[in-house]
Design a protein around this ligand. Sequence first.
Ligand code: ATP
Length: 260
Amino acid sequence: MSSDLVIDVRNVTKHFGGLTAVNNCSLSVRRGSVTGLIGPNGAGKSTLFNIVAGNIVPDEGAVIFDGADVTGLAPHELFRTGMLRTFQIAHEFSNMTALENLMMVPGDQPGEYLGNAWFRPGISKSRETEVRKKALDVIDFLKLGHVRNELAGNLSGGQKKLLELGRTMMVDAKVVLLDEVAAGVNRTLLNDLAANIERMNRELGYTFFVIEHDMDLIGRLCDPVIVMAQGEKIAEGPMAEIRANPAIVEAYFGTPVETA
Ligand SMILES: Nc1ncnc2c1ncn2[C@@H]1O[C@H](COP(=O)(O)OP(=O)(O)OP(=O)(O)O)[C@@H](O)[C@H]1O
């Protein structure tokens, strides 16, 4: 075990019936890195990601998070250890403002929410003030001040993604799992989103593990990039190296990966 590794996937295998989606796969995410996971369709990326996030229990192998074996823990249990996956803002939250959404991030206890005395009559005023201040800091960091009182349901696709990122900042995640963050976001907002991920990483020290089909985004954000194919890790390195490896590009992408 190395304290440098925040996620350490060891010899993980997952079968679906007769199909081996993840095959004795080992990979790790270094603390402070933005690590990308790429590979062709059906390579096993989502399955591996779901195993790390606690949504799927592997048949074999272990997931070590921050030095502790977390194999088989449910997502809410992982949440409490500091591993967070961004999800689309749930439907019931779309009628709350951006600021309220941040204040509704779960706290340490199951069923507990950090903020908003309206939902938790017992919450102390000072606690609510503290959570509100934190939410405002997050809004400020992500430059969402102009929409802080806008209902989340009315935000643009990119603004919603920023708000999802903001929710991870409310609980000081040790690692953020980002799943297809570019999907449905236009280029301009994607730039904004990428810049914020970079700032969270460089200025605040967040670690990211990113699964993404957008190679430009992967190239911009991630180092290292891990390549999976047929359930196994086949390469790891800076995107420039991955792109320059004709065997990987041709065998696993079919066509050369365009340079950003
Ligand atoms: N719940 C499931 N039941 C049965 N087979 C599954 C299940 N989930 C994934 N698979 C299969 O496992 C293999 C790996 O799928 P997975 O979704 O992990 O790949 P991926 O690399 O994420 O692909 P994509 O880039 O297309 O999302 C595929 O052959 C897929 O059909």
